[in-house]
Design a protein around this ligand. Sequence first.
Ligand SMILES: NC(=O)c1ccc[n+]([C@@H]2O[C@H](COP(=O)([O-])OP(=O)(O)OC[C@H]3O[C@@H](n4cnc5c(N)ncnc54)[C@H](O)[C@@H]3O)[C@@H](O)[C@H]2O)c1
Length: 437
Amino acid sequence: MKRPSEIAPPGGKLGVLLPGMGAVATTTIAGVMLARRGLAEPIGSLTQNATIRLGKRTENRSPLVRDFVPLAGLDSLVFGGWDIFPENAYEAAKHAKVLEDRHLDPIKAELGAIAPMKGAFYPEYVKRLNGTHVKTGANKAAMVEQLRDDIRGFMKREGCERAVAVWCGSTESYAPPGAVHETVATFEKGLAEGDPGITNSQLYAWACLQERVPFANGAPNLAVDFPAAQELARKHSVAIAGKDFKTGQTLMKTIVAPGLKARMLGIEGWFSTNILGNRDGEVLEDPGSFKSKEVSKLGVLDYVLQPQMYPKLYGNLFHMVRINYYPPRGDAKEGWDNIDLFGWLGYPMQIKIDFLCRDSILAAPIVLDLALFLDLAQRSRMHGIQEWLSFYFKSPMAAPTLYPEHDLFIQLMKLKNTLRWLRGEEAITHLGHEYYD
Ligand SMILES: NC(=O)c1ccc[n+]([C@@H]2O[C@H](COP(=O)([O-])OP(=O)(O)OC[C@H]3O[C@@H](n4cnc5c(N)ncnc54)[C@H](O)[C@@H]3O)[C@@H](O)[C@H]2O)c1
């Protein structure tokens, strides 16, 4: 890919469209509203907090990322979205019980003014929900057209110059891509015929791509992760990214596993279990939705540890992931990990991790960063899969000939080097021999 000679400036308003306005989406929106009034800090967001080192260590050049690349400012963001329940963003945030009243009260009117558009919803893809605020359409192609109308209407109403979308909808049942997902032509035919292989999230993704709206997928289902969507993204020059926000347990896994591997310590077993009580947890009680999550969560260790290259260390690794719906915890998930590892001469050791986390508090800054970076990519004419955003995903999308990169530290280096490359700065290799010449 050629380096873009210029990046279009982020003028005007940026629409941030969130299909699925539940816990994650409303926590994101509320957080941005509070941050721009100076009432809370957007902690956890790389775009708002991180610096980036440029040049040699002796040059002392480390601007904030948001000063280094032209990102849309928080003041220019306008939120909208869809849900299959009619509650506005304030009501949905109250329902989700993530944020306390001390955070919701000051923005009650602003948040309450965001009402979801009717969702495109075929219930067979999410078994545990009975949505009432839904579109009726003759077929899936008609649903896509209605979603496209929604996007155009929203942008016009709100006076947006550009828009991006981040899927924050429920996890759909596991469905591997089939023949219908192969090409733009097969997919369009499938839409018209109501092919059962086409899920709800794919209708949104398709509508966004047709409207040239960059799309990131925060759930493990294949919203934009199939060949036809990638073909359409290239054809229409749209940036896409996915999938499944990397938040609690998998974040810990991609921090710890690269460290153990760097020290060439063996791992015999890794048992991960979670309890959570939010609506996401309820949806994941359904075996089909859990299967999507399990596939997304299990891939991580295989790619980080490369057992085929290190059979003595990782060849017999037993990896198991469990998620249990436990209502008393709400959004405050607890993720336990038990790691059975071995060292010198094969002597066994154990590590226990107990992460008392908050799902949506960890996911919200990811939604914000993805929205801002996707917009940057689009203005930089970077199209198709944005692998440099793998940092944010449990199951990163990559070109078909590549294995995905899961190591958080490699992902961060790739992200920052992409930003350096965009601005014509040298990539940082950490070689550093010149300091000793
Ligand atoms: N919070 C995290 O740490 C985290 C991490 C990784 C992935 N995710 C994923 O992010 C997504 C959102 O999580 P959440 O905790 O906000 O869940 P949630 O259940 O609170 O919100 C999801 C919303 O999507 C809506 N929805 C479902 N189908 C829809 C459709 N077809 N159209 C429009 N709306 C639809 C639901 O009504 C619900 O309001 C889930 O898929 C979850 O697996 C979350």
